[in-house]
Design a protein around this ligand. Structure first.
Ligand code: SAM
Length: 308
């Protein structure tokens, strides 16, 4: 087996730095057209800025953010001097007409949140809706998102997932929301405050069953930690040792329930009225996700009974 090349052969730092420098200079030199730019920013690690995010924030006429003091640190880190203005849940109603008139005047406006992707459990939806309705360009500059970061490290199925955001704080509303979510055939992703994590895990176990799950904490930061276990095990762990920092909970989809022959017959009967056995079998097998051979046997049984 070939030995790994020494570190200095794998990464030629000077060449990489010069290439990155060239690329960011090129991005900074491109004109930024008028429009609303939705720029993702780090969820912890300051280096998680895409070159395009840096260049967009540097070239925009103004950057709207949730908290100007918080975002000033990020902009200062990249020596970006674009003016910052607040856009948050308490001033959005007054700010929106102002931003729309700036867009009307042909300005380039960037929207960021405190962390991650704007609009994802953060302000911006109504602004995007109104800007698009007024015919302005609305452009995503994608990047970090706690949702996707947690989903990818959770070790649970990723082919279908449902982002459920924050659960309601009140117990009754929380239980009825969980009842709505229980049957969704997808991995569920929740944001949660650290102080509520253990209680929420207990609620999830009660309402969804003891599914496999993961708690992703402080992603991309110094104390990053991902714990993967069934919900009751995670509940015990975090009740005894409440988490610090920011938390995402990821929960596996419900176990596939056994499809009975009666359920196959119920889908086949109407299909066989207009389709051949072959086509009806294929359609029902695809819909119910059961093997074609099994559906075919049930279809033959149905035909036999119909003919007798
Ligand atoms: N828009 C952001 C995004 O795209 O990541 C999410 C904003 S939401 C108001 C904040 C929640 O995101 C936190 O309560 C936590 O659930 C999650 N979060 C943000 N940063 C995180 C991190 N570094 N590690 C784990 N969860 C994080």
């Amino acid at each position: 087996m070939r030995d790994e090349p020494p570190e200095n052969e794998k990464v030629n730092s000077l060449a990489t730095a010069s290439r990155v420098g060239f690329e960011i200079e090129r991005q900074l030199g491109l004109p930024l057209g008028p429009g609303l730019y939705l720029v993702s920013t780090p969820i912890g690690h300051l280096a998680d800025m895409t070159l395009r995010a840096i260049a967009t924030l540097a070239r925009a006429d103004v950057v709207y953010c949730e908290d100007t003091r918080h975002s000033r640190t990020l902009l200062a880190h990249y020596a970006i001097r674009t003016p910052l203005r607040p856009y948050h849940e308490h001033n959005a109603e007054e700010q929106r007409p102002r931003i729309l008139s700036e867009l009307e005047a042909g300005r380039s406006i960037a929207l960021i949140s405190d962390a991650g992707t704007p609009l994802i459990s953060d302000p911006g939806f109504k602004l995007v809706r109104d800007a698009a309705a007024a015919g302005h360009a609305v452009v995503a500059v994608p990047g970090p998102s706690a949702t996707l970061a947690a989903l990818t490290v959770g070790g649970l199925p990723t082919d279908a997932f449902f982002f459920a955001g924050f659960l309601p704080a009140k117990e009754g509303a929380r239980k009825s929301r969980l009842a709505e979510l229980a049957a969704i055939p997808a991995t569920l992703v929740f944001f949660e405050a650290p102080t509520r994590t253990a209680d929420t895990l207990a609620n999830l176990a009660e309402e969804l069953g003891n599914r496999e799950a993961a708690v992703a904490r402080e992603l991309t930061k110094l104390h990053e930690d991902v714990r993967r276990a069934p919900l009751t095990g995670l509940t015990r762990h975090f009740a005894a040792d409440p988490p610090k920092g920011e938390v995402v909970i990821v929960v596996a989809p419900p176990q596939e329930t056994e499809v009975t022959d009666a359920a196959i017959e119920a889908s086949l009967a109407p299909a066989l009225e207009s389709l051949s056995i072959r086509d009806a079998t294929r359609m029902v097998a695809d819909t119910l996700k059961v093997p074609k051979a099994r559906v075919y046997d049930v279809a033959l049984g149905l035909k036999r009974r119909a003919g007798s």
